[in-house]
Design a protein around this ligand. Structure first.
Ligand code: OFO
Length: 168
């Protein structure tokens, strides 16, 4: 494997791991603030990101590359509002999408079509995750500071989460 592509895939392993810890901290914050539905949603998102990370680790090893299990910084663990929580979720997903686009660009530049093909799964995944993050943030913007709206949001997000398998 091209060494610059290998380095980019290792960076991507770190971003997926960071997103997993970031969402775990979000889940924990929501759990301790009485938002059990939102907590379940982020526990599930955290699990999904861990799956994305492991998929990359296995791929790099299969291709004979060297995996660097990353050191991570402590994620933000407190939020002033649900809006701030979901803004952070959306910006995290936008950041990951940008990094994946960068990997795709470099794959084409270095003519590594195998990695390019593998990364298409992540492109599709990001499209879906960004759309979910945007929809949820739009709903929170409509609800504003209405506490009964927050209650219903928490109840509804729980129904979405229990219908989804994070490993798929
Ligand atoms: Fe890894 O799927 Fe979003 O970040």
């Amino acid at each position: 494997m091209n060494t610059s592509i290998e380095a980019l895939l290792n960076d991507q392993i770190k971003y997926e791991a960071q997103a997993s810890m970031h969402y775990l901290a979000m889940a924990s914050w929501a759990d301790s603030n009485g938002y059990n539905g939102i907590a379940n949603f982020f526990y599930s998102q955290s699990e999904e990101e861990r799956v994305h990370m492991t998929k990359l680790v296995k791929f790099v090893n299969e291709r004979g590359g060297h995996v660097i299990v990353p050191e991570l910084s402590k994620p933000q663990d407190s939020y002033s509002s649900l809006k701030e929580l979901f803004e952070s979720f959306l910006s995290s997903e936008i950041f990951v999408t940008e990094q994946i686009n960068h990997v795709i660009f470099e794959c084409l530049d270095k003519k590594d079509y195998n990695v390019h093909n593998f990364m298409q799964w992540y492109v599709t995944e990001q499209l879906e995750e960004e759309a979910v993050a945007r929809t949820l943030l739009d709903k929170l913007n409509i609800i504003g500071d209405d506490k009964s709206g927050h209650y219903l949001f928490d109840r509804d997000i729980n129904m979405i989460t229990t219908a989804v398998d994070p490993t798929e």
